[in-house]
Design a protein around this ligand. Sequence first.
Ligand SMILES: [Zn+2]
Length: 300
Amino acid sequence: MSRAVLLLLLVPGLGWAQPFLRTRALSNTGDSNLCVTWGVRKVTYRMDAAGSAKTPVEAEFTAIDNAFASWQNVARGCSDFEFVRGARIMNPKVGRGSADDNVVTFREENCREAVPLTDACQSDGSCGNKYGCWEHGDATIALTTSTYSTRTGVVFDSDIEFNAGASADGARFLFTTISSPPCVEGMESVFCTAYDIQSTATHEIGHFVGLDHVNGTSSTMAPTAPLGELQKRVIDPGTASGFCGTYPRGKPPVPCDELAQLKNKITARNTGTLGCSCDGVLVAAPWLAVFALRRRRSAR
Ligand SMILES: [Zn+2]
């Protein structure tokens, strides 16, 4: 299976802001005229039964449900999109594996500590699922991995991971659920707001539905979050308009660039470069889109 990972780099301070941006799919021809979009309107998410080790009782599950409920509230006004809570699962797998299960999981340990250096998973990127560990960047708070068709941009599976493991310097993100007061750097506890689960999940669900980062700090889809931030709990109007414009009630999802999409299909037919061509149907391996919410570094 051929896969590519699309990493969105943090580019701060460009001085302009757009209301929303849809996630572009990487196509086999190298351009990006397709958008990553769900083809169905009823999508089930499943939370890792292990929850978050440091969050009291069941608060993390409620926070994640609240984040999906915020998106459901937006959907009620414009779309027939439905977010359905499925049963919690044990040892969830990220990416398209045995099941397209749309998991939400807290990775409590970094793969650097969890995985022996001799394990072959080190070379093929499979350690995260094998050991249930965080195998992405230390500065990344959470990350959404979407698997989609390169031919259509249609999503098969989208999974959300929270980085609760220790970074190289031993520090780790503390995920909390209470709304005040904000924690002071270096004195994080569950009795103040450190990295808010609902706020983080609301941002990641934006990726889940096919929205990309935008510049500016006031958007739900801003690429960074500082300690103590709660504002991404509220889906801003620009982000909501991106969702509503993509999944209009009673109509198919809106392509991000219909003309370019057509051009892409013609190019593919002429050159035959897209995967294998079987009975006139182009079969492309699913690729991955990976987007992360990163920590905003405070000024020193
Ligand atoms: Zn993000």
